[in-house]
Design a protein around this ligand. Structure first.
Ligand SMILES: *Cc1c(COP(=O)(O)O)cnc(C)c1O
Length: 389
């Protein structure tokens, strides 16, 4: 049998949609000009393509194109936002607030700043993965300059209350950054309605290419100041110098356009499949629990923990048939229990024995049916084997 495992790891990455690839191709060799070349057609045509893409992304989040800076992805956008704000505002305060379940691309820059003498409050989450707004309010101090809380969690899919967080930050004149890598194209994002001051985006979670993303930086009410983290040719208002990657930028914008077009239909379809998967697993297996809030979560995410089973044996048993991960793609290589599941109060053993199913645009009902059969079969046989010894 040469068939490849069923791909259910869409929180790690997604394939480039053929329509996205098609939009990108002319910009590799035909329209190859440097968008900063202002003296000839080659530059003008790519400059126009970048302008168009920037407008599309701005429209998707209800910002202006001037507020969108292209980066290599969400990791870079998070670093630029957090370090850039802290460097620009440190004379006003040295305290930042974040959340225990953030991606390492937020937690690690915060830890780095802590090593430089800044104070970082890492708020805990409730057992359902949500932030407690009262705890956020009481963590604020006159020293606080930034709150960084993600839109949608990459492991458990939980959606944080962005609008309420934005209101609290605005009322206290503290900047609000959100890592929206998992949220873009899946839930409505509106920087005005949600009082978001900085927002990190990436293309490869929504069927765009890897290595391209953006940072939204508010320009009015208030105008956010940011120190660049690189110096160079002055592109992107000097905030992110380097020749613009036109094919990737065009692909990113196309991916956003398609995701918005298909958002409600795909959310509905994937939610039905996701719920069917959960129903089947929870009715056929004892001792499994759902991680994260049952409804305030991404439509394509299911994260479960399975009692009385060795997590690595489970993944090993599944990997030839289903491609998924335990925890996040990044933390699962480290062989440490997921910090997100630990933040929900799980023991190491239960955190290890967890599966993250990330459904996507190209998954079929038949694949989901195969998936629950395979998971049930594997769990039952592992449990039987452990009874024998
Ligand atoms: C994938 C992801 C990132 C990293 O994005 P890159 O574009 O791969 O750098 C950051 N935060 C979250 C929540 C993610 O899901």
């Amino acid at each position: 049998m040469s068939s490849r495992p069923i791909y259910l790891d869409s929180q790690a990455t997604t394939p480039v949609d053929p329509r996205v690839l098609e939009a990108m191709i002319p910009y590799f060799s035909e329209h190859f000009g440097n968008p900063s070349s202002i003296n000839h057609l080659y530059g003008w045509e790519t400059e126009a393509a970048v302008k168009n893409a920037r407008q599309g992304i701005a429209t998707a989040i209800n910002s202006t194109p001037q507020e969108v800076i292209f980066t290599s992805g969400a990791t870079e956008a998070n670093n630029l936002a957090i370090k850039g704000v802290v460097e620009a505002y440190f004379s006003q305060g040295k305290h930042i607030i974040t959340l225990a379940t953030e991606h390492n691309a937020v937690l690690d820059p915060c830890r780095y700043l802590e090593s430089l003498g800044f104070t970082v409050t890492v708020l805990p989450v409730e057992p359902d993965g949500l932030v407690d707004l009262e705890k956020l309010k009481s963590a604020l101090s006159p020293e606080t300059i930034l709150v960084s809380i993600m839109a949608a969690n990459n492991e458990i899919g939980v959606l944080q209350p962005l609008k309420a967080i934005g209101e609290i930050c605005r009322a206290n004149q503290v900047l609000f950054h959100t890592d929206a890598a998992q949220a873009l194209g899946k839930i409505p994002l509106d920087v005005e309605e949600m009082n978001i001051d900085l927002m990190s985006l990436t293309a490869h979670k929504i069927y765009g290419p890897k290595g391209i993303g953006a940072l939204y930086i508010r320009r009015r009410n208030p105008r956010v100041r940011l120190m660049p983290q690189m110096q160079g040719g002055g592109q992107e208002k000097g905030l992110r110098p380097g020749t613009l990657n036109t094919p990737q930028i065009v692909g990113f914008a196309k991916a956003v356009e398609l995701a918005l077009e298909e958002q409600s239909r795909e959310n509905e379809r994937q939610e039905i499949l996701r719920n069917r998967l959960w129903q089947a697993l929870s009715s056929q297996l004892e001792g499994i629990c759902l991680n994260g809030h049952p409804r305030k979560r991404l439509a394509n995410n299911l994260n479960i923990s399975i009692e009385g089973i060795d997590g690595s044996a489970l993944l090993l048993g599944l990997q030839s048939k289903i491609a998924l991960s335990s925890g996040s793609a990044c933390s699962s290589t480290k062989q440490e229990p997921s910090h997100v599941l630990k933040a929900l109060g799980h023991s190491d053993a239960l955190a290890y024995a967890s599966l993250r199913f990330g459904l996507g645009r190209f998954n079929t009902a038949q694949e989901i049916e195969q998936t629950y059969r395979i998971v049930v079969e594997t769990v039952l046989s592992l449990r039987q084997a452990s009874v024998k010894v």
